[in-house]
Design a protein around this ligand. Sequence first.
Ligand code: FES
Length: 163
Amino acid sequence: MSPQALEQILEGRRSQPNQLIEVLQDIQKNDGYISPESMKAVSQGLGVPLIEVYRVASFYKAFRLKPSGKNVLTMCMGTACHVRGARFLHDQATGQLRVKPGEVTSDGLFSVEHVNCLGACALGPIVAENGSYHHHMTPAKLRKLIETLSRQQTEEKQSVQTQ
Ligand code: FES
């Protein structure tokens, strides 16, 4: 994150430890994750010990401590989705993309994450793609979704190269 962007986020919040979660949310919105450098700056800016910033950032699953892929596939592994085959979706995504949960594919296009509930249990199993929910997901539908996203990225890349 640029020092200017961080300055904007901290503006009006300096020395206000109670702003920690809001500041971390804004940093993640801006960068897609919270880097060690950002944590140090937040610690200094809000007057919160660095260990506390790290504790909060690592406690909440909503915060990422590593950069994510361009497309984030969030697999719900909660009970309602689990009994409807979430494990097969997990295997489809990780096998097709050759990536483990929490990792990014070598081309930087995908990352796979797990959550315990996306709040739409009746429609499970659910997979969220960059925040958009896909309900009643099946391994075949997920394979097609990944193929479509991959093809779109390739076309975008080719379009930029020919301009
Ligand atoms: S368990 Fe999957 S949405 Fe609730």
